[in-house]
Design a protein around this ligand. Structure first.
Ligand code: AMP
Length: 480
């Protein structure tokens, strides 16, 4: 199939050709005719599949046939979770609409609101926005939605992860009921399904195989001790002669620390995360794109929307807490049919995250050991191979007179004198209960019974102790 078979008009075909696309990607082949039909669309497609052109081209096609935007009005609204993604989508809209007379704009937080208000004054055909800034603009009467024709939720799963659900609901309440709804998401949790149900009406559902982008990516992990991770990364950068590598860190502090370490080691590096100003983030990204910066260290949120053609290398310096983020992260490489590598540096304390990711992928990630960086603290196995599974433990009934360790220790600490006194106290107590009639013979009997009980308890205790020692022995096996 070719772009000209999809129902797009000449100005759009010309823009696609100028961009250098030969054939539509699978999501484009399916989404473009569906969106042109005017129906709602629910698409499971992750980044790197060409989804942006998949919704932008048919939206522009439809808008080019309608009436121009009114003052302060928006005809198509694309909501994205991050500023980077918003800027990226807006760039794509500008490129694809270059031979049309449609107007587009982008609004997001972290920059002055006034220039954005001025841009909206004459109305825009396509507005790309992050939810928070859009609501700010609405509250200042800078935007109207009464002429809205299309709503797009891009990377909807990420929007929910980032806590935008209330903003999204607020925005939807402001929109006209009659509109076309398009929702794109890499993953489909029950929460996403619920949101889709509340937004879309009888949508056409499109799924491009989940790992279509990631299939072009080879990924594995290097087990390594936590404190050796920076040195291993440096070693890999030198040894593999990586020219452009995107490194993911879990925290802003971690990203800063790593960037400082690499800088000290004469590597051209920049960090992007939520604490950096928008201009610093844009500058770092531009430097990375034109290869002035060799290593870009980013947190998940800041990295969202980074689209670099032919990015060959992604490194997970830390594993993400949310398993889906692993798929998003490795999807940064191997885009649009190119191949890529994604490498994770994993320390023993990250086994929980690793397990979650492997459960999502439904297979274990290959482990490769690097000479001189083999971990002292081995990353535990996440799934036991069949031959390693231990026989089921036989549950033994608890001994009837199980004695707590603390009580036993108290007993052991008693001196003979203590025990004689304790005996006397016991006897007194007993005799007080039974009254003065209690005979000496009876008290002798009690003593004998008590001694017998002590012996039984002591035996039970030793048995219990032996069992627990046997149970806690480690299996001692390791995989290569
Ligand atoms: P997206 O999934 O929309 O972020 O797109 C991922 C990358 O694929 C972007 O760099 C696009 O420029 C590129 N791309 C989109 N559609 C095509 C296509 N039909 N052929 C080649 N590259 C494409």
């Amino acid at each position: 199939m070719q772009f000209k078979d999809l129902g797009l008009s000449e100005p759009l075909l010309k823009a696609v050709e100028a961009k250098g696309y030969d054939i539509p990607s699978p999501i484009q082949s399916e989404a473009i005719p569906a969106i042109l039909s005017g129906k709602d669309v629910l698409a499971a497609a992750q980044t790197g599949t060409g989804k942006t052109a998949g919704f932008t081209l048919p939206i522009l096609e439809r808008l080019s046939k309608g009436r121009k935007a009114h003052f302060n009005a928006v005809r198509a609204l694309v909501l994205t979770p991050t500023r980077e993604l918003a800027a990226q989508v807006a760039d794509a809209v500008a490129i694809y609409s270059q031979y049309l007379t449609l107007k587009s704009a982008v609004v997001f937080g972290g920059v002055k609101i006034n220039p954005q208000m001025i841009k909206l004054r004459r109305g825009v055909d396509v507005l790309v926005a992050t939810p928070g800034r859009l609501l700010d603009l609405y509250s200042q009467n800078a935007i109207r939605f009464d002429y809205l024709e299309v709503l797009v939720l891009d990377e909807a799963d990420r929007m929910l992860d980032m806590g935008f659900i209330h903003d999204i609901k607020k925005i939807i309440r402001l929109l006209p009921k009659k509109r076309q709804n398009l929702m794109f998401s890499a993953t489909f949790s029950s929460q996403i399904r619920q949101l889709a149900q509340s937004i879309t009406h009888y949508p056409i559902e499109i799924t491009v195989s989940k790992n279509q982008a990631a299939n072009a990516v080879t990924h594995w992990l290097h087990p390594v001790d936590k404190k050796k991770k920076p040195a291993l990364l440096r070693h890999l950068i030198d040894d593999e002669a990586w020219e452009q590598v995107l490194v993911f860190c879990r925290t802003k502090h971690g990203a800063n620390r790593l960037a400082a370490y690499l800088e000290k080691n004469n590597i051209m590096v920049a960090a992007i995360h939520g604490n950096k100003s928008q201009s610093a983030r844009t500058k770092a990204l531009a430097g990375f794109k034109n290869k002035k910066i060799q290593v870009l260290v980013a947190t998940d949120i800041a990295a969202r929307g980074i689209d670099i053609n032919q990015l060959p290398q992604v490194v997970n310096f830390d594993l993400p807490n949310v398993p889906e983020d692993y798929v998003h992260r490795i999807g940064r490489t191997g885009r649009a049919g190119a191949t890529g590598q994604a490498i994770s540096l994993v320390s023993a304390d990250e086994v929980k995250q690793l397990k979650g990711i492997e459960q999502l992928l439904k297979h274990p990630i290959e482990r490769r050991y690097v000479d001189d960086f083999e971990p002292v603290h081995e990353v535990p196995l996440t799934a036991k191979p069949a031959q390693m599974s231990q026989p089921k433990k036989i549950k033994r009934p608890k001994p009837q007179h199980f004695v707590k360790a603390s009580i036993k220790a108290k007993w052991a600490a008693r001196t003979d004198e203590d025990s004689r006194e304790a005996k006397k106290r016991d006897q007194k107590g007993q005799s007080a209960q039974k009254g003065n009639k209690q005979s000496k013979a009876d008290s002798k009997n009690v003593d004998q019974k008590k001694n017998a009980m002590k012996k039984t308890r002591s035996k039970a205790w030793n048995k219990q102790k032996n069992q627990s020692v046997r149970k806690s022995k480690p299996s001692g096996k390791r995989i290569k």
